[in-house]
Design a protein. Sequence first.
Length: 124
Amino acid sequence: MESTTSSSEADARPLEDIFGNTVAKVLDFLIINEPFDYTLDEISQFVRISIDALRKMIPVLVERGLLEEIGKKSDTRTFKLNEKSDLARSLKQYVLAKINSDIEREKFSRRIKAKLPAPGIKGN
């Protein structure tokens, strides 16, 4: 499947930007796509991390309470962000706040480039 994301969507990796590791990359993905649960194969495909790395990483994240095992898809376990974890909720708040801030900064930048007034301000 080809990606049609814009550059700002592709840059929506707040935790990876800070920590620069595969764990942060996986957490960014699962936070941004939080309503859904994913198999290891799906996470590997979307995040572009080897399945072997995920097999080592995911149990640690489950043990620490950041992820939870949800169920099975065709005999394969699925995982998602643990909504009951204070740490997972805090990371989610940061990621969403950072993405919203980036969106607002991009809107402002585009208004400046187009020389448009800010919303709610009438031009002359």
